[in-house]
Write a protein that binds this ligand. Structure first.
Ligand SMILES: Cc1cc2nc3c(=O)[nH]c(=O)nc-3n(C[C@H](O)[C@H](O)[C@H](O)COP(=O)(O)OP(=O)(O)OC[C@H]3O[C@@H](n4cnc5c(N)ncnc54)[C@H](O)[C@@H]3O)c2cc1C
Length: 411
């Protein structure tokens, strides 16, 4: 059947995306695949190389499928099947699950996929550029503006760029968000410090550990999760707040010796990268003001325990894509963007924010020995160990983070 919508004059002609992080690059890829002109503006001269996201949960998988990159992610990265929480005394198993029940959900493998962020970013950038997206590096956006016909960004030393819509995908310190709401970013910052490392250490071969492991402790909580096929693991651990980056780096060997199984010396592992992070739970008042939109970390933040950060950000991007395509195809007017703001904020407040908070409280519990007795989620997982249908339903519950904006398209 002929696509009559696509031959009609288009209601807009260009989208500017601020930020070549994972959210901006996925949006650029999705839009450029639909032949919607998109221009990315990035402050840095290169993609971010810090150890950040690596694991993308079940709700993000349909976006990788839609972007046409799921096969490459599977070939180059890996899939996490087993995950558990462990006791700090002897690392014994407390509760966990095997996500293989999500291996084939109506033909889709919805298990958590893993591919280190800088490699995923490079993949999405290459694909977006191949589909016609353009990018300006070393271009720091300092402000935004809009009138009835267009929106624009001001770039330091380079002047103004205009489009019909500007999307702020510029991360936690978003200039686009600040241009709309100033310092207002409601929520809180945890009084805690975490250190993320990428480290080669054979947790599976030497200790039989799962793909992802959370060791519960009030101070020395940590996470160990495989991030490459070659035994590279993300080890993220708690530290005392208030030290300098240099002090954290100097303390790392002693901490690894103290907390990791086998009490390793530096010669027993290979540390590839290390970076301290603060953690926040915050959400912007709106994700849309006229022609300016926000997505992912620019719009909302959560702690990384449980990998809900960019997983939720990718779901935002998929929703925003559906809204913009609806407008582009004449199937929606731009009030659908108000719905984008309303529904994505609702999903953050009712799912991402409470679940991510609980994830951190679980791993940093003051009484690890009794956590299981007080933890409904862990007890449901215990039930799921023997009832696979129940486990599948439980894990698929995370798909509620998604929202289908195409249901609001005009017939
Ligand atoms: C240790 C750690 C582990 C994590 N693990 C996970 C995980 O496993 N799974 C998960 O889902 N999430 C995880 N997260 C969260 C995840 O990394 C973030 O949610 C994600 O990086 C946010 O992507 P983004 O595109 O919104 O912003 P960013 O990744 O911050 O990218 C923003 C981009 O915008 C650019 N920019 C900023 N300001 C400007 C400006 N003024 N002008 C132009 N460009 C600008 C920046 O240079 C950058 O390239 C983790 C976070 C941390 C800290």
């Amino acid at each position: 059947m002929a696509d009559t919508a696509s031959s009609a004059p288009r209601p807009f002609s260009k989208v500017i995306i601020v930020g070549a992080g994972p959210s901006g690059l996925l949006l650029a890829l999705l839009l450029s695949k639909r032949s919607i002109p998109v221009h990315i503006i990035e402050a840095s001269h290169q993609l971010d190389q810090q150890p950040r996201a690596a694991h993308y949960g079940t709700p993000a998988i349909p976006e990788f499928v839609r972007a046409g990159i799921i096969d490459k992610i599977r070939d180059r990265g890996l899939i996490l099947s087993t995950m558990c929480w462990r006791s700090p005394d002897d690392y014994s198993y407390i509760a966990g699950f095997n996500a293989d029940v999500l291996k084939d959900v109506d033909g889709q493998d919805l298990r958590t996929h893993c591919y280190v962020l800088q490699d995923l970013d490079q993949l999405m950038l290459d694909e977006a550029l191949a589909h016609g997206a353009t990018i300006e590096w070393e271009s720091k956006v300092t402000g935004t503006g809009q009138d009835g016909d267009k929106a624009w960004v001001e770039i330091e030393g380079k002047g103004r760029r205009e489009a019909d819509y500007v999307v702020g995908c510029d991360g936690a310190n978003s200039t686009v968000r600040k241009s709309l709401f100033g310092a207002e970013f409601p929520g809180f910052t945890w009084d805690a410090q975490i250190i993320a490392t990428n480290t080669y250490y054979d947790f599976e071969g030497k200790f039989g550990w799962h793909d992802a492991n959370f060791i519960i402790h009030p101070e020395h909580f940590f996470m160990v999760a495989r991030i490459t096929q070659e035994n590279l693991y993300r080890i993220t651990y708690g530290e005392k707040p208030g030290l300098t980056r240099e002090e954290y780096i100097a303390r790392q060997p002693e901490i690894f010796k103290k907390i990791l199984p086998g009490n390793p010396e530096p010669s027993d592992y290979k540390l590839v990268s290390i970076s301290p992070y603060k953690m926040h739970q915050r959400c912007a008042p709106k994700f849309r003001v006229g022609r300016i939109l926000l997505a992912a970390d620019a719009a909302h933040l959560c702690n990384p325990w449980g990998g809900l950060g960019i997983t939720g950000g990718f779901v935002d991007v998929g929703g925003l894509y559906e809204c913009l395509v609806g407008i582009w195809d004449g199937k929606a007017d731009d009030s659908i963007l108000d719905l984008y703001s309303e529904k994505r904020i609702e999903k953050y407040q009712t799912i991402i924010n409470p679940i991510s908070q609980e994830n951190f409280r679980r791993v940093s519990d003051k009484e690890p020995a009794t956590r299981f007795e007080r933890d409904d989620f862990m007890q449901l997982l215990r039930k799921g160990e023997t009832d696979k249908d129940f486990l599948k339903e439980l894990l698929l519950g995370f798909m509620d983070v998604r929202y289908d904006f195409t249901q609001h398209y005009k017939n």
